[in-house]
Design a protein around this ligand. Structure first.
Ligand code: P6P
Length: 315
């Protein structure tokens, strides 16, 4: 079996870039140990304050951010940390070659009911500054803390998946993930239907009509409420994930964050043959205006994303 270290050596000659991925993998392995026993330690509750997003922070949001911060500030290849849990970017003393943008614990509202949560990260060249398009990414990945602890990673080529073994080693289990071109599964929070735009309404109604409507095939729906869980499923068996702009989120630009949710996930999905869009443009082409900027997110199986784009093109 190929280990993460062996894969990294084969994937890039950039030892600094390899070290950044190793630091994020190390932070995630440490977090996996913390999460596994969190209910016993009484750590699944609220931290008692809110983050820059105005969201109530869980104790584990703060702990996760601290673990990532510890691993990255010890790595001279990292110049800056951008985190969902921190109002401002953290400038390290090192003039490292890379910036890391992360959601240290995505889906943490699921912690108290033991549903998969994750760590999402994006690696950008320091030379490009804090606000770079997603296409500038040098690496992206996420860890899903589920029945198994899975690391999904892309540097230059294929999207690879690793599982954390009982000795703390990341072992490759998928060499090149491929998002199937077609799907019969969509992921959207249908409780938000009354806020949806015409394109989203049209697409979902067409899908729900299944074989009786223009889609001509049966669809099923999945919505975990934890992006890492939905995206890992889509990477493995296809599907489409939608958190579109709606009448309630339009004032903020969307629900999910560009730098540390949309961009890394889009980079991974596209690296595995899928597509990603805001509905109006490719996610990886969005020019960032702020480190916590929100965007609409539609990504997954290419044929399905194209169907959504067709609905948006109707105006
Ligand atoms: P909703 C978790 O809070 C998150 O950022 C993503 O992981 C998830 O896909 C989404 O929000 C869930 O949003 O509105 O269904 O709670």
């Amino acid at each position: 079996m190929t280990t993460l270290a062996q894969w990294l050596t084969a994937e890039t000659d950039d030892t600094a870039l390899r070290s950044v991925v190793v630091s994020m993998a190390g932070a995630s392995a440490e977090l996996a140990d913390v999460l596994r026993v969190a209910p016993i330690a009484g750590q699944t509750g609220l931290a008692g304050h809110t983050n820059v997003q105005g969201e109530a922070q869980k104790a584990l949001d703060v702990i996760s951010n601290d673990v990532v911060l510890k691993h990255l500030q010890a790595n001279t290849a990292v110049s800056v940390l951008i985190s969902e849990e921190l109002d401002d970017a953290v400038q390290f003393e090192n003039q490292g070659a890379f910036i890391v943008a992360t959601d240290p614990l995505d889906g943490s509202s699921n912690l108290d009911v033991n549903v998969t949560v994750g760590t999402i990260f994006s690696v950008l060249p320091s030379a490009g500054g804090l606000l770079q398009k997603g296409r500038a990414q040098r690496a992206a990945g996420f860890v899903a803390y589920g029945p198994a602890t899975s690391l999904v990673l892309r540097i230059a080529g294929a999207v690879s998946v690793f599982t954390l073994d009982d000795k703390g080693e990341w072992v490759q289990v998928v060499v090149a993930a491929k998002v199937p071109e077609t799907t019969g599964e969509f992921a959207i929070n249908t409780a938000r239907e009354r806020f949806w735009d015409a394109a989203t309404l049209g697409y979902v109604k067409e899908s729900v009509a299944g074989e009786t409507g223009p889609a001509g095939k049966r669809y099923n729906m999945r919505w975990v409420g934890s992006m890492v869980a939905d995206i890992l499923r889509i990477l493995m068996r296809g599907g489409i994930f939608l958190y579109p702009l709606d009448s309630e989120t339009v004032s903020k630009g969307g629900r999910l964050r560009l730098l540390y949710e949309a961009n890394p996930m889009a980079w991974l999905i596209e690296g595995a043959g899928g597509l990603s869009t805001t509905g109006r443009q490719g996610i990886l082409d969005v020019e960032p205006t702020g480190i916590h900027q929100r965007v609409p997110v539609i990504l997954g199986s290419a044929e399905e994303v194209r169907r959504v784009e067709t609905w948006y093109a109707k105006g």
